[in-house]
Design a protein. Structure first.
Length: 132
């Protein structure tokens, strides 16, 4: 079970991936790919980079994708709508989850052996976690 973190910034995606894998306290965390920015190395998102990241973390059990902002979500949705054209592994699902908290929950659940449904549920549950 792999996880892809999509941000407008490669540095942000990498930092969230580092946090999420570091907090799992698992010697062998689930594969996580951080992708961000455009093909021209600027801010933005790229369907090509997201598809490549999904292929890198695919282990044949599904890939959960978390995105940071609205246009990153749009990029992922468009990519999923044309999954075959982009050579995406199957299944790939977009989590409706907060980026940081959702990433931590997704990676922890995937590292513990959770299936795609469990990983998505864990990430999406983070919307219901109050901070006050």
């Amino acid at each position: 079970m792999g996880v892809v973190l999509v941000s407008h910034s490669q540095r942000l995606a990498e930092a969230v991936a580092s946090l999420a894998t570091g907090l799992t306290r698992d010697a062998d965390p689930a594969p996580v790919a951080a992708t961000g920015g455009s093909l021209a190395d600027g801010l933005g998102t790229s369907a090509v980079l997201v598809a490549s990241a999904a292929r890198r973390v695919d282990q044949g059990h599904g890939v959960a994708v978390l995105a940071d902002l609205g246009s990153a979500v749009g990029t992922v949705r468009a990519l999923l709508a044309a999954a075959d054209e982009h050579g995406l592994p199957f299944p790939v699902r977009l989590a409706d989850a907060p980026f940081v908290e959702g990433a931590v929950a997704a990676v922890a659940t995937a590292s513990a052996g959770g299936d795609l449904t469990a990983v998505l549920d864990a990430a999406e549950e983070m919307y219901r976690q109050r901070k006050l």
